[in-house]
Design a protein around this ligand. Structure first.
Ligand code: G3P
Length: 219
């Protein structure tokens, strides 16, 4: 399973790169706004910065919701760097845009996916990635991980090539569950990635190893 980071924060992206485990980045308009990146010029410049430091794919979301608007915005984004993936919402016009980009060989990430039916449609349209929102499904007391399992099972039966990018990951446990459920990729905040590191027995064990070493090697 590949690890993407779900942020527009350059320091956090660099920290994940330094860990040596980062395969890509996803952003969305809320994450860009959170970093104070506003205005067309600044947004474009920020995507360029992210693409320069990241080797893997970087999802950049269109703001337009009509077909023509999504095409011109998506083509402009795709021109920014080789690793840009055009992120498109799961709406009727979005499916048309994904089909267009798929024919052109431009990578897409279909976002705001909340059902298996939506996933099938995005795969059929030729989306490169598909983003089911695990945490937001959990937020309304449904089961986000079950959704990943369902999509993974359908994609394996049907042989769809679209990669399942489990998004809206909120905890380290979500990452483990998404891996078990068959996600190809997780995109998560840095805190969830770092949360995978901790176990109290690791800390206790390491302290004991060092204590024993220092006792045996006194003076
Ligand atoms: O990038 C989309 C998704 O990961 C958003 O997550 O936590 O805002 O539901 P969240």
């Amino acid at each position: 399973m590949k690890f993407f980071i779900d942020t527009a924060n350059l320091d956090q992206i660099k920290e994940a790169i330094d860990l040596g485990i980062l395969d890509g980045v996803t952003t969305n308009p809320s994450l860009m706004a959170k970093e104070g990146i506003t205005g067309d010029k600044n947004i474009i410049a920020h995507y360029k910065k992210i693409c320069k430091i990241v080797e893997g794919d970087v999802s950049a979301e269109v703001i337009a919701t009509d077909y023509k608007g999504m095409i011109s915005e998506g083509e402009r984004l795709a021109d920014l760097a080789d690793n840009i993936v055009v992120k498109i919402p799961m709406i009727k016009e979005g499916i048309k845009a994904i089909s267009y980009f798929s024919e052109k060989g431009i990578n897409t990430n279909c976002t705001l996916v909340f059902s298996a039916g939506q996933a099938i449609l995005a795969a059929k349209a030729g989306a490169t990635y598909l983003s089911p929102f695990v945490g937001r499904v959990d937020d309304i007391s449904w089961d986000g991980i079950k959704l990943i399992e369902e999509i993974a099972s359908i994609f394996s039966i049907q042989g769809y090539m679209t990669e399942i990018l489990a998004a809206s990951i909120r905890t380290p446990l979500h990452i483990v569950q998404a891996a078990k459920a068959g996600a190809d990729i997780v995109t998560c905040p840095l805190s969830s990635i770092l949360g995978l590191l901790y176990h109290p027995l690791t800390d206790i064990g390491l302290a004991k190893f060092l204590e024993d070493h220092h006792k045996a090697n006194k003076g």
